[in-house]
Design a protein around this ligand. Structure first.
Ligand code: GDP
Ligand code: ZN
Length: 463
């Protein structure tokens, strides 16, 4: 077990870069107090209580020059974020002053922290497990309230709890198998043990599959739903994009083909983060600038989780529109019939025939009609089970976790296959142990120690 004394003292600016009302320089480690005492003039830090905020000044000890007026928080180990002593210097927030304070702290006994190192210490010092550390990162990057809820749930340890449960179940069965192998006094031990392994493998497999089913939504919450808005020039793509972004970020013009740059923005659609890509639309063109947009547009269709195909309802369907429908027929797609404030010239029955009448919605970007419906449709297409209603349920969002869950799942499939083929249980047991190991990597639990402890506690009854 690692103890806090094995780590040096680290420091970093903990508030986002740039000008703000207040900036915080955070110091963590055994020497945190000593470092602070070197640069702080105010109360005697040895005497102030833990979890207090103390007025004072930061002073350059080499020149005795005052750098800033500050509030200094002191949090003593072990009840802190890192389980180490933590000092937080709340200063006035100018970049110059904040950097100056950090430099002073660094030249007075602390080392510059690496990215994520405070959280890493929280993990190494045993305050949180690996999946919780990862949740901290997700939380920082959360794009909508839904993404945030998923991260908070993981930080609360809901995923860890579930994984620990699965591992305990596996361990129990492994221990039982071990006992059976060592005490084969019963008749038919092999059959009994196989039955036990099969039941447990089937059960855990089912639970892992359920977890993996949340991963699709989890990925969307974490990375955003890659959405491309495509359509001929001038059908209203930029206008729709602006509405989805709730601000005017894309350029809207009357000249066809002016949306040349591919924009990438996040939009919060009923809590679903859409990663929106606006393109010039797919069309054959000799125009060089336009061509870049077109090529990207094809890519945008391929890489999209969702395509919003915009058609101009006030014009008859063109050959280009048909090509676009065809190019997106295999994608998750919403056909947006825009400009419905104008007289309708589109042949609706043809569109229904070409699109199998799926996910068609009418809008008027200019009158802001039908946009709520569009947002709701997007939300229900991807979250029809409704994440909001099952907030406490675990959603797997992390690619590493998904990878490990898949490995654990296939290890269980090996268990079942081995049993089907009549493999000896002590060999099947190896795959079961592999599954246990993969799951343990999610939470960062040590494999050997735990297995040995558990097995030992099981055996001491009999030996
Ligand atoms: P894009 O080239 O597909 O991005 O189209 P824009 O969003 O730039 O819109 C092209 C033109 O159509 C602009 O003049 C918009 O004001 C107009 N427009 C967009 N949506 C609507 C709509 O719903 N109704 C009407 N009447 N005009 C629209
Ligand atoms: Zn608008």
């Amino acid at each position: 077990v690692l103890t806090t004394t094995e780590f040096d003292t680290i420091a970093a600016i903990s508030t986002p870069p740039g000008e703000g009302g207040i900036s915080i320089v955070r110091i963590s480690g055994e020497e945190a107090l000593d470092v602070a005492k070197n640069v702080y003039r105010g109360k005697n830090l040895d005497k102030v209580a833990s979890n207090t905020i103390n007025y004072g000044h930061i002073v350059d000890p080499s020149t005795n020059q005052e750098v800033d007026e500050v509030m200094l928080s002191i949090m003593r180990a072990p009840h802190t974020y890192t389980k180490e002593d933590i000092i937080e210097i709340n200063c006035h927030g100018g970049i110059v002053a904040t950097n100056r304070i950090l430099q002073l702290v660094l030249s007075n006994g602390a080392r510059m922290a690496e990215p994520g190192e405070f959280t890493k210490r929280a993990f190494l010092n045993g305050r949180i497990d690996l999946s919780q550390s990862e949740a901290v990162m997700d939380l920082i990057e959360a794009k909508t309230d839904r993404s945030m809820k998923a991260a908070i749930s993981q930080l609360d340890g809901n995923l860890s709890h579930l994984i620990k449960h699965l591992r305990k179940d596996i361990l129990d069965v492994l221990a039982q198998v071990e006992v059976n192998i060592d005490y084969p006094e019963y008749d038919d031990v092999e059959t009994m043990t196989s039955k036990l392994l099969r039941e447990k493998a089937t059960d855990v497999h089912k639970r892992i599959v359920q977890l993996l089913q949340t991963a699709k939504q989890g990925k969307i919450l974490r990375d955003g739903l890659a959405t491309s808005i495509i359509g001929r020039p001038n059908v209203g793509k930029s206008s729709l994009l602006n509405h989805l972004l709730h601000e005017d970020k894309a350029i809207v013009t009357d000249v066809p083909g002016t949306t040349r740059d591919v924009l990438e923005e996040y939009a919060n659609v009923s809590g679903v983060p859409l990663k929106l890509i606006d393109t010039a639309g797919i069309r054959d063109t000799n125009d060089k600038v336009e061509k870049i947009g077109v090529d990207r547009s094809r890519k945008a269709i391929n890489s999209a989780d969702l395509v919003l195909l915009v058609l101009n309802a006030s014009e008859p369907l063109t050959e280009e529109d048909r090509q676009l429908i065809d190019a997106t027929n295999k994608k998750k797609r919403i056909v947006v019939l825009n400009k419905t404030d104008l007289p309708i010239k589109l042949n609706l029955s043809e569109i229904k025939r070409l699109t199998k009448a799926q996910n068609i919605i009418s809008t008027s970007a200019i009158k802001a009609d039908g946009l709520k419906g569009l947002e709701e449709l997007i939300s229900t297409m991807f979250f029809n089970e409704g994440i909001a209603s099952s907030q406490n349920d675990v959603v797997v969002t992390n690619a590493r976790h998904i990878g490990l869950l898949n490995q654990a799942k296939s290890a269980l499939e090996d268990v079942l296959k081995g049993l089907d083929e009549g493999m000896p249980v002590d060999l099947v047991q190896i795959d079961m142990t592999r599954c246990w190991d993969f799951l343990g990597e999610i939470t960062g639990d040590s494999y050997q120690d735990e297995l040995i402890d558990q097995l030992f506690s099981q055996f001491c009854l009999g030996k």
